[in-house]
Structures are given as structure tokens and as C-alpha cells.
Design a protein around this ligand. Structure first.
Ligand SMILES: [Zn+2]
Length: 430
């Protein structure tokens, strides 16, 4: 099971250790997005080397392709994806309601037609928990209903009430699967061996040497296979920006006594002030002894804001998506690598970054790669952007431990406003 210990507080910000069956996560932590089992363009080895601690994958997409049964047969998501550290799977609730193929949403769940063969499948709260348990992630998300902004009258209430009922059903199913997996006296010795040590930033295990002349040997699928007892269900809070509805959602969802809780329903097109107010009003009401995950946002500024409010886990597609589109996050603000001003720039992408891209290549070379549509352009920019987010979290953790988080946040924001090449607005599906 999951264990979470907060080791440092700084006002409402906090830093701690989240222990899973596949390793320890230092919080606050950024979860690199690997929707289909891989972060786009980045191998697990490269992610490790740059301090990635945990990956986020999408159970809904994996259930269609290649299917959770196949993943389970081949040893679970860790073995299948080659990422042996902690994994969180999203139920896909956020995307489900806007994806093509949706046939119908009923109280029972969401009916979907397969994008490949048209077969219809019901994503009920129980089915989603079963899919995620079969995949074997360390942390799994409940199916919830996330309304789109602007909300129509009654949308929010309906989403909150239905999400609560779905959470109750999902939790019931999760507890049944847990009970079935309870160890019998003869099977208490765990064949998987000890928990992996923390993949602390800068101490990656991916930089090892490669054997020469040896045939490749993959671990057997049975190693690393997830067990229901290691799969931890998180509840999702809805309620938009309505204080009463959020409070209602928090009260009923937290009554389920789950290993962790997430704030959902943000980043649906609302103004950022509303998001910040919603985060602030929710965070303080969540149980202090459970990890708190802010789903699917956002910019470095937003993440620092939410860390200040006491959130622990984050994910966002911006680092890889913008990287592919030639936009890089730097300590002085975002920049666009295709811009002519970088044509003769022999300097690194970000002088404050020590990632492989920044250690090795000039801005001029990276710009050349983007203009030439060379695939290394997207890979190298994505790598830097992910490293930037990982460094952002490392800096926040250190500042919290040293009791200077707010000053650190202000310094970051002052520096970050300098570059003036706005974020890329282009949409590219993650
Ligand atoms: Zn870099």
C-alpha cells in the first residue's frame, strides 16, 4: 500500500515522501506524461537520468490499444513499458467526454465505440477500476464526470453528484479486488524482492553501460507484475469554482477514506483567477495525511502557485507538447526556437539547465533542426522541457525544506518574465 509522510512545512506548502511498491517519490513531484506508456520521444533511461520519479499513463487509451489483458499477460504496465518506477494511470474521465466514439453517458458509465473495430464497451466506474488494476499502476484514478466550461445550469451539480456516486461504486469494487488479493499465511513472502530505492534527482539509474557481445535478456513478464494490493485508488474532487459544491464533493469523496485525492475539473477553459481561487478553497479542506494531486495543469507559474497551496503531485502535457512545437521553457521565460534571433546563437537553450540538450547543443543548432524538420529537434526540446519541470520541482522542494518557498516563488516569477517569447498556443494531441 501507499505510504505518505510530510517531512517539511512552509506555511501551507509541504514536502514529503510518497512510497509505492515501485519506489519512493519526493513531493512535490511532477509526473511526466506518457499517455500510451511512453513519454513522447523520451526513453525511460533518459527520463531516469534527468530525475523523473513517476510517469502518468492513460488507462482509457491503453484499454483500447493494446488492451489491459495483453498488458497484464505481459507482466503489467511496468514491465511492458520498461519504466520500473512508480506509475499513475488516469481513468481518462477528463478526455472521455470530449472524445470521438462516445455513444452515451448513463448513470452506469460511458459507452464507447472502439476507434479500431467499432466494438462498444461500457466504461463504468467498476470497469475502470478493473482495467487500471489489471494494468497494475501504483496509483489509479476514479472515473469521474468533468463538465466543460462555460457550465450550463445544473451541469456542475450533476457532475458532482454523479462523480460521488461513481466514486462510491469504484471504491467498492477496488476494495473487493483488494480483499481477493489479501495474502494467505503461505504466500506472505513477496517474490518481487525489496522496494526500489528512490530515484532521486541527479542519481538516475539509466546512465549505465551497455553490455557488449551479450545477447539481450528481458526480465520475465512475471517479474514486476502488479498486484491489486499495490494498486492505490485516488478520489477526484469536482465542483468547478463553486465553494459549496467543492465542499460537498470533498466531504463525500474523502468519507471513502482513500489513499489519495485529486482536484479535477480545472483547466476546462476558465479564467486562471478562477482556477487559483478553486485550488485555494479546496486544498485546505483535503486530509493533511494523504497525497494531493492537481490534475492536468499547468504552466510553471500555476504549478508554483498550487505548491504554495499545499498540493503534492502534478502532471501536464506542456513540456513534451510544446517541445515538439519548438517552444522551450527556460529560467528566463519561454522561447520559440524557430525565431530568427536564435540563428547564430552559440549559447545553450537555458544557461541555468544541466540537461543533455543544454550541455551539448547550441540554440543555433536546435533552431536548424526545427527548420529542417529533423526528429531530433522535437526529442531534444522535449527532453529539456521535461528537465525544466523536474528542476522546477526540485527547487521548490529545497525551498520548502529551507523555509523560503514564497521568496523562491517570487524570485522565479521575476526571472521568468524576462524572455518575452510567449507560450506556444498550437494544439497538438498528446
Ligand atoms: Zn536543458
Amino acid at each position: 500500500m501507499l505510504s505518505f509522510k510530510v517531512h517539511a512545512h512552509d506555511s501551507t506548502a509541504r514536502s514529503g515522501l510518497l512510497t509505492t511498491a515501485h519506489g519512493v517519490i519526493e513531493t512535490p513531484a511532477f509526473m511526466t506524461v506518457g499517455t500510451l506508456g511512453a513519454a513522447k520521444g523520451l526513453t525511460p533511461a533518459v527520463l531516469r537520468e534527468h530525475g523523473a520519479q513517476v510517469l502518468l499513463m492513460n488507462a482509457f487509451h491503453l484499454a483500447w490499444r493494446p488492451g489491459e489483458k495483453l498488458v497484464q499477460e505481459l507482466g503489467g504496465l511496468h514491465r511492458f513499458s520498461g519504466w520500473d518506477g512508480p506509475i499513475l494511470t488516469d481513468s481518462g474521465g477528463f478526455q472521455i467526454f470530449s472524445l470521438p466514439g462516445l455513444r452515451k453517458i448513463t448513470e452506469d458509465g460511458a459507452l464507447f465505440a472502439s476507434p479500431t473495430d467499432g466494438a462498444v464497451r461500457n466504461f463504468s466506474p467498476e470497469a475502470v477500476v478493473e482495467i487500471e488494476t489489471a494494468l497494475g499502476a501504483d496509483m489509479i484514478m476514479m472515473l469521474d464526470q468533468c463538465p466543460a466550461f462555460p457550465f450550463k445550469p445544473g451541469d456542475l451539480e450533476e457532475a458532482v453528484e454523479r462523480s460521488i456516486r461513481w466514486a462510491q461504486r469504484g471504491t467498492k469494487r477496488w476494495r473487493e479486488l483488494l480483499r481477493q488479493d489479501m495474502p494467505t499465511p503461505s504466500s506472505t513472502a513477496d517474490a518481487r524482492g525489496p522496494v526500489s530505492p528512490s530515484p532521486l534527482a541527479g542519481e538516475g539509474r539509466g546512465g549505465g553501460t551497455f553490455g557488449v557481445g551479450l545477447p539481450p535478456t528481458l526480465p520475465s513478464p512475471s517479474r514486476g507484475a502488479g498486484k491489486p494490493a499495490d494498486v492505490n485508488l485516488f478520489g477526484i474532487i469536482q465542483g468547478g469554482f463553486d465553494e459549496k459544491l467543492r465542499a460537498r464533493s470533498i466531504e463525500s469523496t474523502c468519507a471513502l477514506d482513500l489513499p489519495g485525492y485529486a482536484l479535477g475539473g480545472f483547466c476546462v477553459g476558465e479564467p486562471i483567477e478562477a482556477t487559483h481561487a478553486g485550488i485555494a478553497m479546496s486544498a485546505s479542506k483535503l486530509p493533511a495525511d494523504r497525497p494531493r494531486y492537481l490534475m492536468g495543469m499547468g504552466s510553471p507559474q500555476d504549478i508554483l502557485y498550487a505548491i504554495g497551496q499545499g498540493l503534492d503531485l502534478f502532471d501536464c502535457t506542456l513540456p513534451t507538447r510544446n517541445g515538439r512545437n519548438g517552444m522551450a521553457f527556460t529560467s528566463q521565460g519561454p522561447l520559440r526556437l524557430r525565431n530568427a534571433r536564435h540563428a547564430k546563437d552559440a549559447g545553450p537553450l537555458d544557461p541555468a539547465c544541466n540537461c543533455y540538450t543544454c550541455r551539448t547543443f547550441s540554440r543555433a543548432f536546435l533552431r536548424h533542426l526545427f527548420l529542417a524538420r529533423e526528429m531530433n529537434a522535437a526529442i531534444l526540446a522535449s527532453l529539456h522541457n521535461v528537465a525544466f519541470y523536474l528542476n522546477l520541482m526540485q527547487g521548490a522542494r529545497r525551498a520548502i525544506r529551507e523555509g523560503r518557498f514564497e521568496a523562491h516563488r517570487k524570485e522565479f516569477l521575476a526571472r521568468y518574465g524576462q524572455a518575452g517569447e510567449g507560450p506556444d498556443e498550437s494544439e497538438d494531441e498528446e
